[in-house]
Design a protein around this ligand. Structure first.
Ligand code: NAP
Length: 315
């Protein structure tokens, strides 16, 4: 190959890459005005921050969590101590909805139910259809409770987590797809570095996140072949400072968490711009992944060095 070709081809590649990325649309909050969005698992953490951003942008938000089901249980048969705790949690979720209204949401609603039950996923989507008349964006974010420790061999727990973290995502997608096809909408799937690389102490959780990548990346290919105008954005997150994540892992992890508010905004931007994947924070997620296929053992070692196993809580 001549010297000219050796230089010309990479330069041409760089120019094309620059043109491709610079011609992409920029994000503007107005893009979300009046859009109908479901955010699952929005009573706390990143989901809660996402609905606040969406509310400020003037979207219609449909917030989901288990909360109201808990409230009904509370009003039914539970004892006084549990009642107080659950009432508080239920009220907190209702406050999320109230706050969305105050921040300027076109509308805000709470639909509750456990994602362990596939019937719930259908009902959630039916509510969106009946109350909002359609759907523009489905943000799948909820996550079931798991442990942060060595794998304990409990297959039942893996199965339960697969239902909540994976199968309910699939079921919600299937139910919402007719509406999303009509609107040319978007599916946003909140995943994790633990769904791209093997992380210790989160074996069942990692399994569910890897499953999401397999399902949604394959589905994206089929959408492309069939010219289905529904985008799929997979979000690869590092350690984020939500209350639950901090409680579970802050003592053991040798890394500082990124802010949930900024993380939530990056997810919304990526979904709105119909990006294939979102990496947050970029440097601590995308860059290590460059090692994965070429130096997997080195990456494994670097990952292990970020943990202090001696600080794990006794199981
Ligand atoms: N925080 C991190 O460091 C981090 C890192 C990588 C990826 N992520 C991903 O980011 C997403 C959000 O994480 P987060 O830290 O914000 O989580 P979080 O604060 O623990 O919130 C989880 C949400 O899911 C809901 N939920 C839990 N079990 C449910 C069930 N059975 N049915 C329906 N809803 C249920 C919870 O509400 P109720 O309890 O009221 O139901 C809550 O709203 C997750 O997909 C997680 O995997 C987080």
């Amino acid at each position: 190959m001549g010297l000219l070709q050796k230089i010309l081809i990479p330069v041409l590649g760089l120019v094309l890459a620059f043109c491709f990325y610079s011609s992409r649309e920029n994000f503007k909050p107005e893009m979300l005005k009046g859009k109908r969005v479901i955010v699952t698992g929005a009573s706390t953490g990143i989901g809660e921050q996402m609905v606040y951003h969406l509310a400020r942008m003037g979207a219609h938000v449909l917030v989901t969590a288990r909360t109201e089901a808990k409230l009904q249980q509370v009003n039914g048969k539970l004892g006084t101590h549990t009642c107080t705790h659950r009432h508080r949690k239920a009220n907190l979720t209702l406050q999320v909805v109230e706050r969305c209204r105050a921040l300027g949401a076109s509308s805000a609603r709470l639909v509750s139910g456990s994602m362990e039950d596939m019937a719930t996923t259908r009902q959630l989507v039916e509510v969106a259809e009946a109350e909002l008349g359609g759907l523009d964006m489905l943000i799948l974010n909820h996550v079931g409770k798991s442990y942060f420790n060595y794998f304990d061999g409990d297959v039942g727990h893996v199965q339960k987590l697969l239902n909540i973290n994976f199968l309910s995502y699939v079921a919600m997608t299937v139910s919402a797809l007719p509406m999303l096809k009509r609107s040319g909408g978007s599916i946003v799937v909140v995943s994790s570095m633990a769904g791209k690389v093997g992380f210790p102490f989160t074996v069942p959780y990692s399994a569910t996140k890897f499953a999401l990548d397999g399902f949604f990346s394959s589905l994206r290919q089929e959408f492309s072949i069939q010219s289905v105008n529904v985008s799929i954005t997979l979000c690869i997150l590092g350690f984020i400072d939500t209350e639950n994540a901090m409680r579970a892992a802050a003592d053991v992890l040798l890394m500082s968490p990124a802010p949930k508010e900024e993380c939530a905004l990056e997810i919304i931007k990526g979904g709105t711009l119909r990006q294939r994947e979102v990496y947050y924070r970029y440097a601590s997620t995308k860059l290590p992944l460059l090692l994965r296929d070429w130096a997997a053992e080195l990456l494994d070692l670097l990952v292990r060095q970020r943990y202090r196993p001696e600080r794990l809580r006794a199981a």
